[in-house]
Design a protein around this ligand. Structure first.
Ligand SMILES: *Cc1c(COP(=O)(O)O)cnc(C)c1O
Length: 424
């Protein structure tokens, strides 16, 4: 047992390292949010309208894109990206084996077929060195995910794409403002999707933004966005479905909240960086804990601070997941609630194992498709990451400060110094 009274783990009856009520909720909401939303409530219309158009313009300007389309989810924006890049029946799209499900199911939505590539353990992003081996004559595009706020090395991805004449789609849902070689995500590929879900660094509650600099891609995406209609800005609607379309528009109340939040985004990102630096500086020497690694040339925006546990370094011989889950329980008791983001690698999920998205084997049995096999053992790095990672999101966001970040680091030190008491 620990000699020091303050170091007795909260899980074993000691005092919590982080008192209740310390960690404040995300996102900060204040005067400007009320002003924008209440103004939108006065009308004249609640459907897609002036606030939506303004948010498209303001976000495009913020990110440096020519065009943006506001959608009702990041997933909708991803589906539009897949369609707008010409991926359809039987086409293959290369994706990382570890991400959020809809980074990949958006491909199935358009009858195309995901082909997985393993990730890099340090960056947790797709391993660009493994992309080329996954290309077949059916490959149409590479969909990269800038995970947790860290951009993929886009020079490497672009090199492969150019060589094989492939389109690039960026899933930037977690990475508003992240840069690689000083260039923001959303500016590297043919088009990109951002999310405005409550958890994301720019939120409107729910929603998404599709961005591109290519007018043709913009127009294809727009057709999917609104019932298959084709409309130029100066044309009035003729209510005709020129193609298969969805209803992916957003609305005024959501957009007005998003606009208010966008005025604060740069400030949020600054706070996240300060908090992340404070935390990492204080935990980087904890044996057995691997803090996030940021390669040279990248600016992380700390959507999430995801770490790994090194069981070997801790002399632990059991299952990685048992050690990790035991540590998380002790951290949660201290008031440092952490999360396991994804429990499964994507190729192991039922939709891919059963190959039955639309039923009857579709889209894998489409006459235009070639056979694709998903063997989870082909992605050992993704699996290892799945089993050893954990992360934290909200506690490092505004309005939380460096002081809170330091307190969280203190909880980590306490738990790791007293691992022996956990009986793992
Ligand atoms: C949140 C997220 C999405 C989906 O965005 P929604 O707005 O929830 O549809 C897609 N990809 C990644 C990596 C995400 O984090």
């Amino acid at each position: 047992m620990s000699a020091n009274k303050n170091s007795k783990l909260a899980l074993l009856g000691g005092k919590k390292a982080i008192p209740d009520g310390t960690i404040k909720r995300w996102p900060p909401v204040g005067e400007i949010d009320r002003k924008y939303v209440l103004k939108a409530l006065e009308g004249p219309s609640y459907t897609y309208g002036p606030n939506c158009i303004a948010l498209e313009k303001e976000f495009a300007a913020w990110n440096g894109n020519k065009y943006a389309i506001l959608t009702n989810s990041g997933t909708a924006a991803l589906h539009m990206a897949v369609a707008a890049c010409g991926c359809g029946t039987g086409d293959e799209v290369i994706v990382p084996a570890y991400s959020w499900t809809s980074s990949v199911t958006c491909i199935l939505h358009h009858n195309a077929i995901p082909v997985f590539v393993d990730i890099d353990y340090d960056t947790m992003n797709i391993d660009p060195a493994k992309i080329e081996a996954a290309i077949t004559p059916k490959t149409k595009a590479i969909l990269v995910v800038h995970l947790h706020g860290l951009a993929v090395n886009m020079e490497k991805v672009r090199k492969v794409a150019r060589k094989h004449n492939l389109k690039i789609i960026e899933d930037a849902c977690q990475s508003h403002g992240a840069t690689f070689k000083d260039k923001k995500v959303g500016l590297w590929g043919d088009c990109a999707a951002f999310s405005l879900n409550h958890n994301k660094c720019l939120t409107a509650g729910e929603g998404g933004i599709f961005v591109t600099d290519n007018e043709e891609i913009l127009n294809s995406a727009k057709m999917l966005w609104s019932f298959g209609e084709t409309r130029k800005p100066n044309e009035s609607r003729d209510y005709h479905a020129y193609a298969l379309g969805w209803m992916y528009r957003s609305c005024e109340l959501v957009a007005s909240f998003g606009r208010a939040q966008l005025t604060k985004l740069d400030g949020y990102l600054k706070t996240q960086e300060e908090n992340a630096m404070e935390f990492i500086e204080n935990v980087k020497d904890i044996p057995g804990l691997i803090p996030p690694i940021v390669p040279a040339g990248h600016k992380h925006i700390w959507y999430n601070i995801t770490m790994h546990i090194d069981a070997k370094k801790l002399g632990y011989k059991g299952k990685d997941t048992e050690l990790r889950d035991g540590i998380l329980k002790a951290l949660a008791a201290e008031g440092a609630q952490c999360n396991i983001w994804q429990h499964y690698i994507l190729p192991a999920m039922t939709v891919f194992q059963a190959q039955n998205a639309y039923g009857k084997g579709c889209p894998w049995t489409c006459p235009n498709a070639q056979k694709v096999v998903y063997n989870p053992l082909d992605y050992p790095v993704s699996q290892r990451h799945c089993d050893t990672h954990f992360g934290m999101t909200m506690p490092f966001r505004a309005p939380n400060s460096r002081k809170t970040a330091k307190m969280i680091a203190g909880a980590f030190k306490k738990v790791f110094e007293n691992l022996g008491d956990l009986g793992l």
